[in-house]
Design a protein around this ligand. Structure first.
Ligand SMILES: [Zn+2]
Length: 109
């Protein structure tokens, strides 16, 4: 194969002039394919990317289980419990010790 031919339509000037990939092939030789722009390796040898994407961004579906959403849900559940407790108190029902403690903590604010 002619390495730097310019009369071959399948290997235009800019490809022929590109730096060569130096990755070691299975045959033990250097790859010699044109390196990707801004990289020293060709498209087959990690030129475009350096591996798997960072983080687990592809595991994200809808955010319903994100830390932020879970935190908000936790606050909503606590508010619901407090409202039920206040209703129970206003209806004159007897409160358990822990319920009494929570009501005291709420009214102190
Ligand atoms: Zn290569």
């Amino acid at each position: 194969m002619l390495k730097h031919s310019t009369d071959n339509p399948m290997q235009p000037e800019r490809l022929a002039a590109a730096p060569r990939c130096l990755a070691k092939t299975r045959a033990g030789t250097e790859c010699q394919a044109p390196a990707v722009n801004g990289n020293r390796r060709c498209r087959m040898h990690g030129g475009k990317r350096s591996g798997a994407p960072n983080g687990n961004r592809n595991a994200w579906r809808h955010g319903d289980r994100s830390a932020e959403t879970e935190e908000q849900l936790k606050a909503v559940r606590q508010a619901n419990r407090d409202l039920r407790l206040i209703t129970k108190f206003r209806q004159g029902q007897t409160l358990r010790g822990s319920e009494q403690d929570r009501l005291t903590a709420l009214t102190k604010k």
